[in-house]
Design a protein around this ligand. Structure first.
Ligand code: NAD
Ligand code: UDP
Ligand code: UDP
Length: 313
C-alpha cells in the first residue's frame, strides 16, 4: 500500500538512496534537509517527480506535516563534519529526535531512527551484539555524536514505553557507496579520492585498526526491511557487513583497482578512534531475513566509478 513518508536528512548519502527506493516502491516522499552535509544534487533526479517533495528545514525546530511514517536520518555522520559544530550535532540528535517523536506521536506514525555502531564506542566485545551496552567516552571529541545518538535511542525507547509509539531503532555500521561526500573525511571516500588524484593515501595510526564496510544498497534494503517488521518489534538491530578489514587492507584494495603512483602516508591516530568494529548480524538475519550481498571489491568498484565521474577524470 502506498504511503506518505518523511525522510529527514533525505538529501544526504544514505537518505538520497532511501528516497530512490521509496519512490521506486510507489510511495509519496517528503525529503527534508537543512543541506549541512547533504546536497540538492543527490536528489536532483527526483525533483519534478509527482510523488517527491524537497523541503528545507532543520529538525532542531518543530515540524508540522502529515505523514504515515518517518525515517529519521538527519545528522552529520563523518567525524570531520560532526566535530565542525559539536553543539549543533548534539542538538540535531537530541532536539531532532524529540521533534520527530513529537510529530510521530501526534500522527500515530511509525518512526525509524538511524542510530549507529558508535553507540558501542571502543568496544571490549567483538563482534558487537545489540545487547552490548558499549564503551563510550562522554567528554571526548567524538562524544557529541556518540552520546547524542545514545540519547536519541533513550528518547525513542521512552516514547515507546510512555506513549506507546511504534518505533524501530537501527544501528548502522560503516557504510559506503556513490554519493558519499568527497570531502567528508571518511576513510573510503578519502582513500578513493586520494588514489584517483594520485595523492598519497593517509593512514591514521598504524593502519591495523579494523572496520566492517557495508555497501549502501545492502544497507537500505535492511533499513526498509526493519521499517516493515511487525508492530511491537522495536530493535535495536545491527545492520552492517561483518566482513572486517584493517585500514591497510582497505588501502591495498583501493590501490589494486585504481592503480597510480599513490604511496601510503602514516599520520597520527585521532583521539578515541575505535580499534575494531564488526557487527553481529544474527538478529537482522533472524528477524528481517537480511544479509549483505555486495562484497567489498564489487562495492568499491561501483564507488570508484562514481568518484571518477564526479571528479571529472
Ligand atoms: P550525510 O551527512 O550524508 O547525511 C546526513 C544528512 O542530514 C545531510 O543531508 C545533512 O544535510 C542532514 N542534516 C544534518 N543536520 C540536519 C538538521 N539539523 N536538520 C535537517 N537535516 C540535517 O550522512 P549519511 O552517511 O547519509 O548518514 C545518514 C544517517 O545515518 C545519519 O543519522 C548517520 O548518523 C547515520 N549513520 C551513517 C553511517 C554511515 O556509515 N554512513 C553509519 C552510522 C550511522
Ligand atoms: N512537535 C513537532 N510536530 C508535531 C508535534 C510535536 O515538531 O506535530 C514537536 C514539538 O516541538 C514538541 C516536541 O515535538 O515540543 C515533543 O512533542 P511532545 O508531544 O512529546 O511534547 P510536548 O508537546 O508536550 O513538548
Ligand atoms: N582513517 C584513515 N585515513 C583516513 C580517514 C580515516 O586511516 O584518511 C581511519 C580512521 O582513523 C578510522 C577508520 O579509518 O580508524 C574509519 O574512519 P571513518 O572516519 O571512516 O569512520 P569511523 O571512525 O567513524 O568508523
Amino acid at each position: 500500500m502506498s504511503k506518505r513518508i518523511l525522510v529527514t536528512g533525505g538529501a544526504g548519502f544514505l537518505g538520497s538512496h532511501l528516497c530512490d527506493v521509496l519512490i521506486g516502491a510507489g510511495h509519496d516522499v517528503i525529503c527534508l534537509d537543512n543541506f549541512f552535509t547533504g546536497a540538492k544534487a543527490n536528489v536532483a533526479h527526483l525533483l519534478g517527480h509527482p510523488r517527491f517533495e524537497l523541503m528545507r528545514h532543520d529538525v532542531t525546530f518543530p515540524l508540522y506535516v502529515e505523514v504515515d511514517a518517518i525515517y529519521n536520518l538527519a545528522c552529520p555522520a563523518s567525524p570531520v563534519h560532526y566535530q565542525h559544530d559539536p553543539v549543533q550535532t548534539t542538538k540535531t540528535s537530541v532536539h531532532g529526535a524529540i521533534n520527530m517523536l513529537g510529530l510521530a506521536k501526534r500522527l500515530r506514525a511509525r518512526i525509524l531512527q538511524a542510530s549507529t555502531s558508535e553507540v558501542y564506542g571502543d568496544p571490549e566485545i567483538h563482534p558487537q551484539p545489540e545487547s552490548y551496552w558499549g564503551r563510550v567516552n562522554p567528554i571526548g571529541p567524538r562524544s557529541c555524536y556518540d552520546e547524542g545518538k545514545r540519547c536519541a535511542e533513550t528518547l525513542f525507547f521512552d516514547y515507546h514505553r510512555q506513549h506507546g509509539l511504534d518505533i524501530k531503532v537501527m544501528r548502522i555500521f560503516n557504510t559506503y557507496g556513490p554519493r558519499m561526500h568527497p570531502g567528508d573525511g571518511r576513510v573510503v571516500s578519502n582513500f578513493i579520492v586520494q588514489a584517483l588524484k594520485g595523492e598519497d593515501i593517509t593512514i591514521y595510526g598504524d593502519g591495523q585498526q579494523t572496520r566492517s564496510f557495508c555497501y549502501v544498497d545492502d544497507l537500505i534494503t535492511g533499513m526498509v526491511a526493519l521499517m516493515e517488521t511487525e508492530k511491537g518489534f522495536t530493535g535495536p538491530v545491527n545492520i552492517g557487513n561483518p566482513g572486517e578489514f584493517t585500514m591497510l587492507a582497505l588501502a591495498e584494495a583501493v590501490l589494486r583497482q585504481v592503480g597510480g603512483p599513490s604511496k601510503l602516508r602514516f599520520m597520527p591516530l585521532p583521539q578515541d578512534d575505535p580499534r575494531q568494529r564488526q557487527p553481529d548480524i544474527t538478529l537482522a538475519a533472524a528477524k528481517l531475513g537480511w544479509a549483505p550481498r555486495v562484497p567489498l571489491d564489487d562495492g568499491l568498484a561501483r564507488t570508484i566509478a562514481y568518484f571518477r565521474t564526479r571528479l571529472g577524470g
